[in-house]
Design a protein around this ligand. Structure first.
Ligand SMILES: [Zn+2]
Length: 178
């Protein structure tokens, strides 16, 4: 069993002073946090970071803490960052992919009767983002990869992979992505 409260307190400790740490809902007595880290100076662009949709993939929520800690040096100053660090806290605590009702939240975003989906949709409302990252683990794959929605115009995935490859040699841009 994973300690969700301990995770939340490490998350709060990692947040810089300008971060706004709010609660957007509660599921199975677990708070669903949303963190907004304002650009410095305040920015007109917003990015979205989601993790912990699958409870047995704790690397995402852990990466959120590392990303927040790295932000001062990450060159993301002119962008507000909206973060949902752990969307399936019951699954996270119990190391289970699905939520307590056995629903794969990642496959349920078209549904209106799934609490986790309702909370994130209400919290997102009509917000527009210049990018959105949804962090997952994949036990079948080696290394790191990135899917990118190719229907939205300019592609930046290969830039993310190239930058990341500086510190992680397993990240190799796929030839088709160039
Ligand atoms: Zn996943």
């Amino acid at each position: 069993m994973r300690d969700y409260q301990e995770y939340l307190s490490r998350l709060a400790d990692a947040c810089p002073a300008r971060a706004e740490f709010t609660t957007v809902g509660m599921i199975d007595e677990c708070l669903i946090p949303k963190i907004v880290i304002a650009g410095d100076p305040p920015a007109e662009h917003r990015g979205l970071l989601i993790a912990g949709v699958h409870g047995d993939e704790p690397a995402g929520p852990e990466a959120v803490i590392e990303i927040i800690e790295a932000l001062p040096n990450a060159g993301l100053k002119e962008c507000d960052l909206h973060i949902f660090p752990c969307l399936n806290p019951w699954g996270f605590a119990n190391n289970v992919r699905e939520n307590k009702l056995g629903i794969d939240v990642n496959r349920a975003f078209e549904r209106s009767d799934v609490a986790e989906v309702g909370i994130v949709k209400q919290a997102l409302a009509d917000a527009r983002y210049i990018f959105a990252l949804d962090l997952h683990e994949d036990w079948e794959a080696k290394g790191t990869y990135l899917y990118e929605d190719t229907s939205v115009g300019s592609l930046v995935g290969h830039l993310i992979i190239e930058k990341s490859a500086v510190s992680d040699p397993s990240m190799v841009p796929h030839p088709k992505a160039k």
